[in-house]
Design a protein around this ligand. Structure first.
Ligand SMILES: Cc1cc2nc3c(=O)[nH]c(=O)nc-3n(C[C@H](O)[C@H](O)[C@H](O)COP(=O)(O)OP(=O)(O)OC[C@H]3O[C@@H](n4cnc5c(N)ncnc54)[C@H](O)[C@@H]3O)c2cc1C
Length: 471
């Protein structure tokens, strides 16, 4: 091991290999504080050449590598195991923006760029980089691509996969695949880019990417709307899809229970629709015409929704500050949950046509089998994506509750997801959290294909082993 560290030092210099416990500690526990591990060292490369050299050394010494970006992932994918034999390869020093190609409408960035920095750089040049999520101030584009992150704009612009035109990746052998072409059409056989996106560091290390840009919208209107139930909410979504078409850029659902957590932990974030609203829906329209054009359209759709008894109340944000407050309400639910303590998260998708039935049946089953549990259900409803989270009954110890009921609650939710032809991971990935669940729910053929890919691309199993799929 000593020789391995010495050779690493020759590549990076001592400063960028952390081996002391106090230096390693910030990299070893995930954002939720759910997973903690140990590491031989934290390595901080500054270039693709350095990443390639590190991987070559790891291949030679058979040392496992855990790639890490902002460490905001929810599935423990970027946290090492407890052996102390793995290295964490954190990409934060690879944070250069190579530039915007105005004619191609793309931006080329290194994997360690913070998402918000990319958004700001694009905006300064008149472009929108639409990937947006609550962790955007700390997550990195490499992590976003490795998890195929979603967020609040998927409805209009797609997830990280849809926004990516090219990648540079260091393979398990330490070779560099340069796929940074930025093409919108390229049918030259297997799509390697799509293979690495969403692979959570198990097939290669993403070092750079070419991402799509869009013209910045000229006007945006945000509204908060009250509905009585899920079927009315879906009718409202369909109405907006029909009338606003591509101007609809956000459609988020927040239940009364999820906003009650905000009221408890962030009382400054008051719901203008009141505390008793069963479903508060956050809707955003973005336009390239005048403010008046989109405002008129929004008011027209809301009038139609009132007339059809789909909605019971609506508040339109009068300025950017108010619109931001509406978005803060949505984004703070995750933070309020973290304040409240550990909860059982389920990041799932259900076809919109079955969503109403899924929620009513699953809620009823949950309440009958686990009386008193709090169902914190919110999400990117426009994509059929629910964060169907379960908190223990008030006053019950969270650790004891989770230890006792975690397996049974996951089985209940994922059983229902399967029955309604949904997915057990919509946007957060698999990591170590859902390794066994993926095996149980992916289907044998798909799971075997995934194992074959892993074996082919990483036969020594040194890239993030025992995450996503075990070989
Ligand atoms: C408050 C909050 C809100 C969130 N909201 C959303 C949301 O709306 N939508 C959503 O999708 N997610 C959301 N997340 C989850 C998280 O932010 C995303 O999964 C994000 O994409 C992770 O990026 P990261 O840089 O933190 O990656 P990390 O957590 O560091 O890593 C995630 C995975 O990617 C791998 N990885 C990281 N970098 C690389 C690389 N360069 N090459 C190869 N593999 C790599 C890691 O090994 C790990 O398996 C939220 C998280 C928080 C804390």
């Amino acid at each position: 091991m000593q020789t391995f560290i010495q050779q690493l030092t020759q590549v990076l210099g001592q400063k960028y290999i952390l081996t002391q416990d106090q230096d390693k500690a910030p990299f070893l526990t995930d954002w939720r504080k759910r997973f903690s591990g140990k590491a031989l060292a934290i390595v901080l490369p500054a270039s693709t050449t350095e990443v390639a050299r590190i991987v070559q050394l790891c291949a030679e010494y058979r040392i496992a590598i855990v790639p890490q970006g902002g460490h905001t992932g929810f599935c423990g994918g970027a946290t090492p195991d407890s052996s102390g034999n793995q290295i964490v390869l954190n990409l934060k020093r690879m944070n250069r923006i190579h530039g915007v190609d105005i004619a191609n409408q793309t931006i080329t960035v290194e994997a360690g760029c913070i998402l918000q920095a990319i958004q700001e750089n694009a905006a300064a040049q008149g472009f929108l980089f639409p990937l947006s999520l609550g962790a955007e101030g700390s997550c990195m584009i490499g992590g976003n691509l490795a998890t195929n992150a979603g967020g609040t704009n998927v409805l209009r612009y797609g997830n990280a996969r849809d926004l990516c035109l090219g990648l540079e990746v260091v393979t398990a052998k330490g070779e560099v695949w340069n796929g940074l072409k930025g093409l919108r059409k390229d049918n030259t056989g297997y799509d390697l880019r799509d293979l690495f996106i969403g692979s959570e560091g198990t097939l290669g290390i993403i070092t750079s990417a070419v991402m799509k840009l869009y013209p910045l919208p000229i006007s945006q209107w945000t509204t908060l709307v009250a509905t009585e139930n899920v079927s009315a909410t879906i009718a409202l979504l369909n109405l907006f899809q029909k009338r606003a078409t591509s101007l609809l850029t956000g459609f988020e659902m927040m239940t009364q229970e999820s906003l009650a957590l905000n009221a408890k932990h962030f009382p400054q974030l008051k719901n203008p629709l009141g505390d008793k609203t069963p479903f508060s829906i956050l809707i955003e329209l973005s336009d390239h015409e005048s403010e008046a054009h989109v405002r008129q359209l929004l008011e027209g759709i809301l009038e139609e929704a009132f007339a059809a008894d789909i909605i019971t109340d609506a508040v339109i944000a009068n300025n950017l500050a108010q619109a931001n407050t509406f978005w803060h309400m949505r984004e703070h639910i995750t933070l309020a949950q973290a304040e409240e303590g550990a909860n059982l998260k389920h990041d799932i998708t259900i076809p919109l046509s079955s969503l109403d039935k899924f929620i009513s049946e699953t809620d009823a089953l949950m309440r009958s089998k686990f009386p008193g549990v709090r169902i914190i259900n919110f999400g990117h409803l426009g994509d059929g994506n629910l964060h169907y989270n379960i908190a223990p009954p008030e006053g019950v110890d969270q650790k004891v509750f989770n230890l006792t009921y975690e397996k049974a609650i996951h089985e209940l939710v994922y059983g229902q997801v399967e029955r309604f032809h949904g997915s057990i991971s919509a946007e957060h990935g698999v990591g170590q959290l859902k390794l066994a669940d993926l095996r149980a729910h992916k289907g044998n053929v798909a799971h075997d294909l995934m194992k074959s890919l892993k074996q082919a691309l990483d036969p020594q199993n040194i890239l993030n082993p025992h995450k996503v799929v075990s070989i």
